[in-house]
Design a protein around this ligand. Structure first.
Ligand code: ZN
Ligand code: ZN
Length: 311
């Protein structure tokens, strides 16, 4: 968030401070201007796009305490069954990149609490974002997944059906878990990221440092988003038969609202401040742009590092 002090009149809802100045914060992507006090006064923030609820637009609240704005709600994926076509599309995307996953890895949509419990249940102390939205599971666990989407009751989403599901381990990867209630493009970005963790594990990549592993996973997430949001097939994915055939039909029907959200998720990946996810992504992306994905992956397998990109 940038922090700006100005003396001009901005938005009439923002009061002046003690010095007679209007103090506001501005979201770097949406340019939404708001009074800094709303960062601490429990004003709802959309868990997907980060925009704050304003006086004239009411958000939906999910049963696990998260809030969702109306625009994100439009394409939200709410239960495990709902998510299967997207999961298949992303597996097809991998196949189109010559990175087919032969194993049938189960994928479940879960609530925030179920996801956090599953993280604790993993012996392999993995690194995670402060607010984790997906997980590539290695241990056998019983996970409560969302069987039937909640219905809208006023501003609340209520009455979802969940079911505990025992996951047995058939290969290195037990399952992929994703937080429910996120828009299709964000859900897909998370799936693409977690599937890359799965791919690395299944292909025998071991003990990568967080920057390398998260960085390359973020690149796959970013590439998939680009292939969905940007007009025409993305240059790096142009070899992908799957991406041009399966998603182009849907591309025509995508609303401007959804495209703008996609651009935000792309922006978020590129500008992430964390060393593992942000720094890792930027290093991985530079390597992939210079050497291509295949060569970058081969180099990581041999050395555990990204190939050097001279500037
Ligand atoms: Zn939103
Ligand atoms: Zn990750």
């Amino acid at each position: 968030m940038s922090h700006i002090l100005i003396s001009d009149y901005v938005e009439f809802q923002i009061p002046t401070n003690g010095a007679g100045l209007i103090e506001y914060r501005c979201h770097p992507f949406w340019s939404q201007k708001y009074c800094p006090s709303h960062e601490h006064d429990n004003t709802a923030r959309c868990c997907s796009c980060e925009r704050l609820e304003s006086w004239n637009v009411r958000y939906y609240s999910l049963e696990d305490g998260r809030s969702l704005c109306l625009e994100c709600m439009e394409s939200a994926i709410m239960d495990t069954g709902d998510c299967q076509p997207l999961y298949h599309a992303i597996r097809d995307y991998y196949e189109g990149m010559y990175m087919k996953l032969d194993q049938q890895i189960p994928m479940l949509l879960v609530e925030r609490q179920a996801l956090n419990e599953a993280i604790v249940g993993e012996k392999n102390g993995y690194h995670h974002m402060p607010e984790t939205r997906g997980l590539c599971l290695s241990e056998e666990q019983t996970v409560t997944s969302i069987l039937k989407r909640p219905r809208i009751g006023g501003r609340q989403l209520i009455g979802m059906r969940t079911q505990p599901q025992k996951l047995t381990r058939k290969c290195e990867v037990t399952a992929i878990l994703v937080l429910y209630g996120l828009p299709r493009l964000l859900t897909g970005a998370i799936l693409a990221h977690e599937l890359m963790h799965g791919w690395l594990r299944l292909k025998g990549y071991r003990n990568l440092n967080p920057e390398v592993e998260e960085g390359i996973c973020q690149v796959l997430s970013y590439m998939w988003l680009e292939s969905e949001v940007l007009p025409g097939p993305s240059s790096r994915a142009s070899t992908s038969a799957a991406s041009s055939s399966s998603s182009s039909s849907k591309k025509g029907g995508r609303s401007n609202v959804e495209n703008k959200l996609g651009e935000f998720f792309i922006h978020q990946i590129a500008h992430d401040a964390s060393p593992a996810y942000g720094g890792g992504f930027r290093a991985a992306n530079a390597a992939v742009n210079k050497y291509g994905l295949r060569q970058t992956l081969d180099h990581i397998r041999l050395t555990g590092e990204f190939p050097v990109v001279k500037t």
